[in-house]
Design a binder for this molecule. Sequence first.
Ligand code: FAM
Length: 438
Amino acid sequence: TKSLRETLKEVIPAKQEQLKKLKAEHSQTVVGDVKVENIIGGMRGIKAMLWEASVLDPLEGIRFHGLSIPECQKQLPTAPDGKEILPESMLWLLLTGQVPTTEQARELSKELAEKGELPKFVEDLLDSLPTTLHPMTQMAIGVSALNHDSAFQANYEKGMKKADYWTHTLEDSLSLVARLPALSARIYRNVYKPGTDLAAVDKNLDLVGNYSNMLGFGDNKDLTEYLRLYIAIHGDHEGGNASAHASHLVASTLADPFLSYSAGLQALAGPLHGLANQEVLRWQLNMLKELDGKVTHSDIKDFLWKTLKSGQVVPGYGHGVLRNPDPRFIALQEFCDTRPELSSSPLVQLVKQTFEVAPDVLKEHGKTKNPFPNVDAASGCVLYEYGLKDFKYYTVIFGVSRALGCVSQLVWARALGLPLERPKSYSIDALEKLIKSQ
Ligand code: FAM
């Protein structure tokens, strides 16, 4: 069976050819307009980036190299003791466009476990941070510091050929993904379980098996399975979302994968993006408390209106691109439905009931273009029910996941020789002048 590197050596030349042909034949083909509303509206709707691993359809949701979430759930290898998608399988798919065999997925698990330990100075760095520093800030600091050992940076300094960029980017990317569980679990231990032992990386476990173990939840097989599903399906959401775009932009300067993904994490830490899952849980727990356990649709409706009238957004609802319920939300809900301890939990039930009420309220409110839930509406309540109750930590788990897509794109960006990003900007005066001259 072919290794990951052999597979990439096969698929990359074909893609390079495809892009060369596209450039030669269609460089001047127009595929859209830019309106003033796009320029002042956060570039929504502008087709402006090349991103290989996934494409988001507003109604269908995400497809990873053409595969929908249910198709990935059917086709991608699972852990030996599990049924959910193994994040290593997703990483293989995102990187190569191919569904790995079980053997290939196991090989990748093994390689990641072998590379999973942190350099001592990064452990010391993390241990020196105040426990009051947000876990996402700690994560971005730790990931940045890993660039100490960047193969890309070291070889760039020596003067490498452009054709070799992607191979060193791949080595850094695998090393980054491999180290994220130890890095993220150490932050969890330092902030929430100070003074307790941290399990070592077990060379026989998969990425999330190790992560769950190091978080101290290794005995909870259901939580480990949930984390596998969560981390696999949050892995990529095409290129324009803030974390992916930030990491892509920074990587376009030829910064190494550690620095680039650290920028992605900084974007993920914003409340309109990855931090939403922490906000959702806080909000749903407040609702549960305020309604004192006796929850009806009309109570939820009143609570939603109270949130909206106080000028806040309903966390977990709306999306920059999606215009339907997020299939990732549906996949997480289905996970809950198959486990009686979850489906009977008041919090999980509340998330479901909120889904029955919120879209109509948001439609009546009339602002959001998408009144349906995104993945964050569901992701936190399961962690909470399984005892991972420290919701300021939830975005870190998202950060472990989003690395899969971001590093895959970094490899593709270097393999395809994508240039420095440099869009044109205008001041209001310059834009007015431009409009007059049309
Ligand atoms: N509740 C109330 N108002 C909302 C809303 C919501 N859930 N979602 C959007 N709006 C408002 C929005 O604030 C904007 O109002 P103004 O015109 O006054 O500025 C208006 O509706 C139009 O916004 P939009 O075009 O529908 O959405 P955007 O593309 O600007 O923003 C989101 C997309 C996700 C930032 C936005 O829907 C939001 O703030 N949702 C709540 C936070 C959240 O769940 N974020 C997580 C997103 C998730 F996918 C992720 O990244 N993890």
